[in-house]
Design a protein around this ligand. Structure first.
Ligand code: ADP
Ligand code: MG
Length: 476
């Protein structure tokens, strides 16, 4: 290849970096040759360049385009802005654009403009988008946060489940899947979902070791003890801090305690408005507020380098979630502390979450009954009404949300959200009628939670090898 257009020259010219890191260069060589790659690198290691550099090496005069699927609408804009600032011809289409802008952009794309396009997978539901993309030569499909593809992953996104169909629409282009956390089992499922034979995709695994993160696990017996440890940890480590909770009500109790102790902090959780969450996040990013108490949604894609302390005040549901969350600490490479306050009683909360994430056959049956027999009331009163009709337990029971997503995934309803989700277009498939199959998923979720128990029991000096085995297993 002409050295002017070598990956290294593109790296220097567009990104102003001197050299590649880790396996970036090998990954890039492979995808330029038209071969599939699965990339597992820790957060902050530089996964994006693995598809951005190839995107800049393809031929714009032939309509070549690199399509990036990303589940995070909030993050896309930042990524595209950063690329545009570097003079890269990148853009996005998502639900945040108004119609005029979207149509104008699709027209530009049809005409061959842009080398990189970021979208969420749900974009493929729109016929005009599919038609537009058909006019481009998609040379590379990048699936970012690829663990979201897998139902066995810890962060399954229903819209990602149509990925093989999307690849098919695109003419099965070269595909690169990227994630920071995927176990061997999850990777196999990703290949299956992509419709790529394991022998056709090469795994690039940089391991998961983050030597500057110090993992502490502190067994506690009640909330008082948690509070003591939290206060000590915050006093020892005055830098940027995230304290994670599973439950908003626990988060609020700790927020009250901190307020009474005159400790300034922000909170971030699902009961706040989008605007409030945004302003909390900005204050934390700017360093105006050092500490944020948050539920796990906080931090997804947050590129703050100097987070010095991450405390888990409640136990996460899996090692994958835990590792993703602590991965946000110490991106600048400086020593950072990850403290997990482990109270066995928290496992009950997670068991409850697992129940909610796994509706049984009876629940699906009742939901189908309501959707078909009370179709007009569903349309008129919406999801809240259905929830009340199905069960009167608690407003935080997420079974309905999960069940609707599954109905959509199986093509039983016309879409994932109102009003399409009330439109029944097919029968309930066997998998959603069969409690044995449904229980298999529940058991996997329980096993993942049990992984946390095992991690807690592992002596400190063996933790790193435990985690390595958990994530890497037998390479493949
Ligand atoms: P990831 O997606 O793996 O979490 P990113 O792709 O967002 O990580 O990259 C993290 C940071 O590292 C970015 O600021 C990026 O510009 C930088 N980076 C990536 N590769 C290199 C490199 N070869 N040299 C210097 N900086 C790099
Ligand atoms: Mg990334």
């Amino acid at each position: 290849m002409n050295s002017k257009f070598s990956p290294l020259s593109v790296l220097r010219e567009h990104f102003r970096f001197e050299s590649f890191r880790g396996c970036q260069a090998d990954v890039i060589d492979r995808v330029i040759r038209g071969e599939h790659a699965m990339v597992v690198m820790p957060t902050g290691a530089g996964k994006s360049l693995c598809y951005q550099i190839p995107a800049l090496m393809f031929r714009p005069d032939q309509g070549d385009l690199t399509l990036v699927l990303s589940p995070l609408v909030a993050l896309m804009q930042d990524q595209v802005d950063a690329l545009v600032a570097r003079g890269v011809d990148a853009t996005l289409i998502n639900s945040s654009l108004d119609r005029t802008t979207r149509e104008a952009r699709q027209a530009e794309l049809s005409g061959g403009k842009y080398r990189l396009l970021y979208v969420t997978p749900e974009r493929f539901r729109k016929p005009e988008f599919v038609e537009m993309i058909g006019r481009r030569n998609v040379r590379l499909l990048a699936v970012d946060e690829a663990h979201c593809v897998s139902q066995w992953g810890h962060d399954f996104r229903p819209d990602y489940s149509r990925i093989a169909e999307i690849r098919h629409i695109l003419g099965n282009p070269t595909t690169i899947a990227l994630t920071a956390t995927a176990t061997a089992e999850c990777r196999q499922d990703i290949y299956r979902q992509l419709g790529i034979a394991p022998s056709d995709i090469r795994l690039f695994h940089e391991g998961i070791d983050r030597p500057n993160l110090h993992i502490d696990i502190e067994p506690v017996i009640d909330e008082d003890e948690k509070w003591q440890h939290l206060r000590d940890a915050m006093a020892d480590q005055p830098g940027s801090t995230i304290v994670y909770f599973s439950l908003i009500k626990t988060l609020m109790r700790f927020s009250d305690l901190l307020t009474k102790s005159n400790v300034e902090h922000a909170t971030y959780h699902g009961d706040l408005s989008r605007g409030q969450r945004r302003s909390m996040q900005n204050a934390f990013m700017r360093g105006d507020i050092a500490t944020v108490l948050a539920t796990p949604a906080f931090g997804m894609g947050i590129d703050k380098e100097d987070i010095r302390l991450i405390v888990h005040a409640e136990t996460p549901g899996s090692i994958e979630s835990y590792y993703q969350e602590i991965g946000r600490a110490g991106r600048d490479g400086k020593p950072s502390r990850c403290l997990w306050l482990y109270d066995q009683a928290d496992l009950m909360t997670q068991m409850q979450f697992i129940q909610w994430a796994n509706p049984d056959a009876n629940f699906y049956h009742s939901l189908m009954y309501v959707l078909t027999e009370h179709a007009d009331r569903c349309q008129a009163y919406g999801l809240d009404w259905i929830n009340q009709h199905l069960q009167r337990v608690s407003p935080h029971d997420h079974r309905l949300e999960t069940a609707i997503a599954m109905l959509d995934r199986h093509g039983v309803v016309a879409g994932p959200r109102p009003p399409e989700c009330f439109d029944v277009i097919s029968d309930l498939p066997d998998t959603l009628r069969d409690n044995d199959k449904l229980n298999e998923k529940t058991r996997r979720d329980q096993q993942r939670l049990y992984g946390m128990v095992e991690l807690a029991k592992t002596p400190a000096e063996e933790r790193q090898s435990f985690l390595n085995y958990y994530f890497i297993g037998n390479q493949g």
